[in-house]
Design a protein around this ligand. Structure first.
Ligand SMILES: Nc1ncnc2c1ncn2[C@@H]1O[C@H](COP(=O)(O)OP(=O)(O)O)[C@@H](O)[C@H]1O
Ligand SMILES: C=C(OP(=O)(O)O)C(=O)O
Ligand SMILES: [Ca+2]
Ligand SMILES: [Mn+2]
Length: 656
């Protein structure tokens, strides 16, 4: 430290000037630039040791005054390792693994120097694994994680714009059929089980079998990554999460996606509220009870733990924690939402609900508005708060012109999953689907220039339900009554295009309750009742926006142009759409505007855009039938206090 001070600027007038360079050297004299000091190193190793300055906390430690004596760095360090060791403890053998902080390849600390506080008297039960040390790479910075990824993880590269390109392995999307939840005395009553529920049951014993498998795998490695971070920007409802993983890719992804603690918050982190053990490179054992494949994502709410085996897709961690929030928040009367959210200059907040690929990220990232978040939010009595600290954008066919803010966010620090790039220039080809169509970029929310930090806002004014209708019969926009909003919220419709498979023309309707059935933990009507109550109380208007097809179904029509959808969204935000003239559609009974600035009027009623009117009617009735069938599961449930809303919701569906 003291040595560095010698490199300070000269005092006096010269301080603000650039150092003079002597151009007239005397002949035969060795060039000696006396404006700088010689390097303070005798060897190359010493020189390298000068390159890295020891980082110090940037925020003062609370309570350093008065009688309270802060704990020493060494003690804090020890407590941190003890906490991580407890997290990684095998429940059946020796207490916890022996941990040491830092990169195993940096031989600055030998095991001789390590305090022997994890030692125990050898007994016959002691296994070989208890004799080794596991290095902990704790909350590394993006730069350090880049180095780890590039050195040790095949398929890691720096792209032309500085992003870290990675491969997620065999899985390039989530595995909802392999997501299991422990059914115990508490969760048996509390959670939604059975038909339509995403919660596939497992018992507590099997959870422990998988947990031990993951923990043993992680402890067998030379090093593990540990991230201690937060969820939820609402300070009163913040959740502390710990993610233990084996890949720098996973650690950087979660660094971006969760809320990043300040150095001070990290020092006082304490015990996490929830822990993820990501042993994704290692499969589950198919002889284990309940296992149906080599992948298993297991949630135990009473242990506050999640175990990931057999998939390295990083989205599994983010959406896994979202499920946890869908359990914890409603217990506190807070509604958890699978939605994006942004805010106008006047403080008007909009929510964007929708299933994957319907436009939450694209439409909440709006250059004229403040971004609160792109995917996961809470709605409490004090307003909305983002659960996350980053965004996760689809980047197939991404273009600078159409989505400039997302384009510009793909820079140093951003994780780019499964994209294809030029081997020499490292220029990414966003149209290339060779690895997957689900290419993704994960970046900290502050990479979006108009992000709202802290990511909180007042009560929403507009609730936009996004459906990507590949049948091409839903109007580009409809204004919804409260009952219709609930009907469509519970239905959670979108259509997937068969896409990559040759010759498949038929779009596939998907109904996913609350626009996120894969993540909800309680019965959909619980969330719906809370949404109805909040929308009513705060006077929010519901809208249904079709970001899918127009002029025919997938195969004959075209996807509604993004600039048109943006104009529609602009009109919702400005309040002008509320004032428009409306007419009612057949079958779905939706109120559609006759005019919107910047949008051709004829596309507002989908019947106009189909040349074959019979085909339009057949398709409309077909989709209405699918809605009806799907809603049958919910007809026996009451929504909210009285029976009135329930009846209204049932009547708000298609009539034919
Ligand atoms: N009219 C449209 N509205 C919204 N998105 C569109 C539209 N047309 C094409 N897209 C594309 O659809 C994708 C929507 O994905 P995204 O916003 O990431 O969805 P989500 O966040 O809901 O998963 C983006 O790739 C976007 O460019
Ligand atoms: C990560 C996901 O989010 P999105 O809603 O952006 O697709 C997902 O659904 O897997
Ligand atoms: Ca999603
Ligand atoms: Mn998204």
């Amino acid at each position: 430290m003291a040595e560095n001070e010698e490199f300070s600027f000269e005092t006096g007038a010269a301080q603000s000037e650039l150092p003079k360079i002597e151009t007239q050297k005397k002949q035969n004299e060795i060039c000696h630039d006396d404006s700088s000091h010689p390097v303070k190193a005798q060897t190359i190793d010493e020189l390298h040791s000068l390159q890295k300055k020891k980082s110090s906390p940037t925020t003062p430690i609370k309570g350093t005054q008065g009688s309270f004596t802060p704990i020493s760095d060494e003690q804090r360090h020890k407590q941190q390792l003890q906490s991580i060791s407890a997290s990684l403890a095998s429940l059946t053998r020796e207490t916890g693994p022996k941990l040491v902080k830092g990169d195993p390849t940096r031989k600055t600390q030998t095991t001789k120097d390590i305090p022997h506080d994890h030692h125990f008297a050898p007994t016959i039960n002691v296994s070989d694994s208890s004799l080794k040390f596991t290095h902990v790479l704790y909350n590394l910075s993006p730069a350090e994680l880049y180095e780890q990824a590039i050195k040790y993880e095949k398929g890691s590269f720096i792209t032309e714009t500085g992003a870290l390109a990675t491969l997620s392995g065999a899985k390039t999307g989530r595995s909802p059929r392999d997501k299991r939840v422990v059914k115990d005395e508490t969760t048996a009553d509390e959670l939604w089980w059975g038909k339509g529920s995403p919660n596939i049951e497992m018992d507590a014993e099997t959870f422990l079998v998988n947990r031990e498998r993951a923990v043993d795998y992680l402890n067998s490695l030379d090093k593990v990554f540990v991230n201690d971070q937060f969820l939820n920007w609402d300070p009163e409802n913040r959740i502390k999460v710990r993610i233990v993983s084996a890949r720098a890719y996973h650690s950087l992804f979660m660094h971006n996606m969760c809320i990043r603690p300040t150095p001070e918050e990290l020092e006082n982190f304490g015990t996490p509220d929830f822990t993820i053990y990501n042993a994704g490179q290692f499969p589950c054992n198919r002889y284990t009870h309940y296992m149906t494949s080599s992948t298993s994502i297991d949630l135990n709410l009473s242990r506050k733990e999640m175990v990931i085996l057999g998939t390295q897709y990083a989205g599994e961690m983010k959406k896994g924690l979202f499920g946890v929030m869908h359990y914890l928040m409603p217990k506190r009367e807070i509604l958890s939402l699978h939605s994006g959210s942004n805010m106008g200059k006047d403080g008007d907040v909009a929510l964007f609900f929708g299933l994957s690929g319907t436009g939450k990220t694209t439409l909440s990232t709006d250059h004229n508005r403040y971004l609160i978040g792109d995917d996961e939010h809470c709605w409490s009595d004090s307003g909305v708060s983002n659960i996350e600290g980053g965004c996760y954008a689809k980047c197939i066919d991404l273009s600078r012109e159409k989505e400039p803010d997302i384009w510009n966010a793909i820079k140093f620090g951003t994780v780019l999953e499964n994209v294809v790039f030029d081997e020499h220039t490292r220029e990414v080809d966003y149209t290339d689907k060779s690895v997957t169509e689900n290419t993704r970029a994960s970046y900290p929310i502050e990479y979006i220039p108009n992000a709202k930090i802290p990511c909180v806002g007042p009560h929403p004014k507009n609730v936009v339900l996004l459906a990507c209708d590949a049948f091409g019969v839903l109007p580009p926009v409809s204004k919804l009554s409260l009952a219709q909003t609930m009907y469509h919220f519970i239905s959670g419709y979108t259509a997937l295009v068969a896409g990559t498979e040759e010759g498949v023309k038929e779009p596939q309707a998907t109904f996913s309750a609350c626009f996120g059935a894969a993540f909800i933990m309680l019965h959909p009507t619980k969330y719906a009742a809370m949404l109805a109550e909040k929308m009513q109380k705060h006077g929010a208007t519901g809208w249904l926006v079709n970001t899918g097809w127009s002029g025919g179904r997938y195969g004959s029509g075209n996807r509604i142009k993004l600039p048109y959808t943006r104009k529609i969204i602009d009109a919702i935000h400005s309040g002008s759409l509320l004032e428009a003239n409306y007419k009612k559609t057949e079958v779905f009974g939706l109120d559609i505007p006759t005019e919107i600035e910047g949008v051709p009027s004829e596309i507002l009623d989908p019947v106009n855009t189909w040349s074959d009117k019979d085909a339009y009617n057949d398709t409309l009735l077909k989709l209405a039938g699918l809605f009806k069938n799907n809603f049958e599961t919910f007809t026996n449930y009451q929504i909210g206090q009285g029976n009135e809303l329930t009846q209204e919701i049932l009547a708000a569906g298609p009539n034919f």
